[in-house]
Ligand binder design. Structure first.
Ligand SMILES: [Fe+2]
Ligand SMILES: [Fe+2]
Length: 354
């Protein structure tokens, strides 16, 4: 079960009638543990009870554990803690269910809890009356099911299969893509720790995503003819034109991935900071940050690897070449940071050798 390390700031969702939280007295008669709550007390399923004023009156141990950073669940208003986790429309439906018994006194849906320092957590939420007699019920059970891992596993397994298929065609090794993931993740972690305005978009999700998606940069080569992909000599102009299509093909293939970073990496990992890359000659900050990171990782690793047309280069000479292209091929601000962690790049290469 996940523990959420940061408490979300209070965010009240308001409608025409005012706050979702009733402003009446906090006094209520339901603060005594109802007998019908007993089966949930020791359940491994996180459960809390809320009254008609949307106030949490009890939380079982599994729930306290799941939201261990939300100190004192009991006594707080549901939407003060979970307001940001629901879509606005869902929040309204929940309110309608609890206050007016709408939706057949029950609601089921999903929520997402997100903080900058922890990866997003996907939760299924079930809300239903605590008592069977709907006329007298005033309290509701809220049951949580954290499905983050199974969701991520399922999603990523589909795209990993795709990656395996593309590896059958591309002559880059399996270790190359593992290393590109690792360099990209390491650089993203460094940007996260630097923080500030420039890297405010980098959070735990960004780091987690780039550590998986960087490997997908060349997935579009699945559509590149073998004779072009495996040609020993230099490519002709039209062969290069076909080769360059792998960026657009990759973006097309990854367009169903639920995070735009997948598409951004595939489409823009051959763009250059000075606008001379492909497919769209984007320049500077127009190139998505994730793609600018992966470009550096991909080129560094390509330099280190032996290829049919070149020998493997050592770390120092590879870094020297990367630094020479700062501001032309690569984002100079990122290269300044790479310089401070280049030892880790070297370690990643040495740890995942072919
Ligand atoms: Fe590529
Ligand atoms: Fe690559």
């Amino acid at each position: 079960m996940s523990n959420y390390e940061e408490e979300e700031e209070v965010e009240l969702l308001e409608d025409d009638e005012g706050s979702l939280n009733e402003s009446e007295s906090d006094e209520d008669s339901s603060s005594v543990l109802p007998a019908s709550f007993s089966p949930f007390k020791t359940s491994i399923i996180p459960v809390l009870i809320i009254n008609k004023k949307l106030k949490i009156i009890h939380a079982n141990e599994a729930c306290e554990q799941m939201f261990s950073s939300f100190t004192h669940l009991t006594g707080k208003y549901f939407f003060d803690l979970f307001g940001k986790a629901f879509e606005l429309d869902d929040a309204r439906k929940i309110r309608e269910t609890i206050i007016n018994g709408g939706n057949g006194f029950s609601w089921k849906g999903s929520a997402q809890i997100k903080t900058r320092t922890t990866v997003s957590v996907q939760i299924r939420v079930y809300i239903f009356p605590l008592e069977m007699d709907l006329k007298t019920t005033s309290d509701f059970v809220v049951m949580f099911d954290d499905f983050t891992e199974e969701n991520k596993k399922l999603l990523r397994s589909v795209f990993l299969s795709l990656l395996e298929a593309s590896k059958l065609k591309d002559n880059d090794t399996g270790k190359h893509i593992v290393r590109v993931n690792e360099y990209s993740k390491r650089l993203a972690q460094e940007l996260f720790s630097i923080g500030g305005e420039a890297y405010k978009r980098i959070d735990a999700d960004f780091i987690d995503n780039i550590g998986f998606l960087a490997a997908m940069h060349d997935v579009g080569k699945i559509g590149t003819p073998d004779d072009i992909l495996n040609k020993e000599g230099p490519l002709s102009d039209w062969e290069w034109a076909v080769m360059r299509e792998h960026t657009k093909n990759g973006a097309f293939i990854l367009s169903t991935y639920p995070h735009p970073m997948a598409k951004e990496i595939a489409l823009s990992h051959h763009e250059k900071w000075n606008g001379t890359g492909y497919p769209f000659q984007l320049e500077g900050d127009m190139i998505p940050l994730a793609a600018r990171i992966v470009t550096i990782a991909d080129v560094y690793d390509a330099l280190r690897m032996e290829r049919s047309y070149k020998p493997a280069l050592g770390h120092e000479i590879s870094m020297q070449k990367i630094l020479e292209d700062s501001g032309s091929h690569f984002d100079p601000k990122l290269i300044d940071i790479v310089k401070t962690i280049d030892g880790d790049f070297c370690k990643i290469y040495d740890t995942h050798t072919d």
